[in-house]
Design a binder for this molecule. Structure first.
Ligand code: FEO
Length: 393
């Protein structure tokens, strides 16, 4: 990836990973990703803001060489995860006079992960500034987006916020700045759902704190730069709020058609009641799409056949994931089928302890659903409608 100029003496010099399709061996990346690294040249000091995933270090070094950078004074580290920090040891060996500027917690993690010597660090505190001559950086500690040491860096006069993972998206494009806001909104929402959603309360606090500074651009470490920061800040305010929408998400699996028929019936019953519904057949689902829908849904209905007394393993995975991501849903229930018995409901409910939901009556069917079972699903749809109305949806 070529060097791309953001403003006078401020450049994007990181790497684009067009082909990556899985992150952390967990998160699907339909649109690839980027590892953004930024170069800021002050009149006295030159800084690198975050590095890149070690596998793309050649791009970073090529850019530094092509631009004729012979000295880096500071490497600002906003986050210690290796897709941003993993390149630090190589950068330190090429530019041995560099010092790492970061917070105390990040320093300790970097020492643990990358075995960097203690004397390479300059430790900063919240809201501390660092002069580069004609430019000034200011640091804001923003812990738990999504690790405990995360922070953001603000280039004061230029009003650029370097936010690292925070406010980012797994999206790669040759355009430096966001052009297609709808496309990036969706990628950023997927990213929020998969990475940031469990930290909603922290994020609300950090967003409030950032209201004290004027921001013209947000330059994250994944995805494009927002030259209309309002777009992503408003989106985050919405996603992190306690407000849910009149929506039901139904992750499901069916082995022989019984659960499938129940889901189809419930989907129609909810549509008839004016409720938006999104079923996800987990045998063909991109788990990121499910995560996106969990951001806003008021109700989660998990639908599974009984397999050896418990839920289908794919359903157990989805329940585990939902529990880990802590969506703000207000209601949940389980529907499904069984042949002769089992403890599927108890096992699934036991997996959802992180969700602050009211559990609605379940619907379990022996064999293929019959008239009274469809009535139970209609009752469930009525109940969901009533519950949604009770919270003004
Ligand atoms: Fe992009 Fe938490 O690393």
């Amino acid at each position: 990836m070529a060097i791309q100029k953001i403003k006078q003496n401020v450049f994007s010099i990181g790497a684009k990973d067009w082909d990556r399709r899985l992150f952390d061996e967990l998160i699907p990346l339909p649109d690839g990703t980027t590892y953004n690294s930024y170069l800021v040249e002050g009149s006295d000091k030159t800084v690198l803001i975050d590095t890149v995933d070690p596998e793309t270090l050649n791009v970073l070094f090529e850019n530094l060489e092509n631009y004729g950078i012979s000295k880096i004074d500071y490497i600002i580290v906003n986050h210690a995860e290796q897709d941003h920090s993993g390149g630090i040891p190589a950068v330190l060996s090429k530019y041995p006079e560099s010092k790492i500027v970061t917070n105390e917690k990040c320093k300790m993690i970097l020492i643990d992960l990358l075995e960097i010597a203690d004397d390479k660090f300059i430790v900063i505190k919240d809201e501390e500034t660092l002069s580069l001559g004609d430019k000034t950086l200011q640091f804001f500690l923003t812990p738990w987006v999504h690790w405990p040491e995360t922070m953001v860096t603000y280039l004061k006069k230029e009003r650029i916020l370097f936010s690292c993972d925070f406010l980012g998206s797994h999206y790669v494009s040759s355009d430096l700045f966001v052009k297609d806001e709808a496309k990036v909104y969706n990628s950023a929402k997927r990213y929020f759902a998969e990475i940031m959603m469990p930290f909603r309360k922290n994020i609300i606090r950090h967003l409030k704190k950032l209201e004290s500074i004027e921001i013209d651009m947000i330059a994250p470490s994944h995805g494009q730069i927002y030259d209309n920061p309002k777009m992503i800040l408003d989106a985050y305010k919405d996603w992190t709020s306690d407000n849910v929408k009149n929506e039901v998400v139904i992750p499901y699996v069916s082995m022989h058609g019984s659960t499938q028929r129940m889901v189809e019936y419930l989907v129609d019953a909810l549509i008839k009641r004016g409720i938006k519904v999104k079923p996800f057949n987990l045998t063909v689902t991109d788990i990121g799409e499910l995560a996106i829908e969990l951001v806003d849904a008021a109700t989660i209905v998990i639908a599974s056949p009984t397999v050896l007394t418990g839920p289908h393993p794919s359903i157990a995975y989805a329940a585990f994931l939902a529990n880990m991501l802590k969506p703000k849903a207000k209601f949940a229930t389980v529907i499904g089928s069984y042949g002769w018995g089992g403890k599927m409901v108890e096992k699934l409910v036991g997996m959802l302890g992180n969700l602050k939901v009211e559990l609605l009556p379940t619907v379990m069917v022996k064999g293929f659903p019959e008239k009274n079972d469809f009535q139970a699903l209609d009752d469930l749809a009525d109940n969901i409608q009533k519950k949604h109305k009770s919270i003004n949806l």
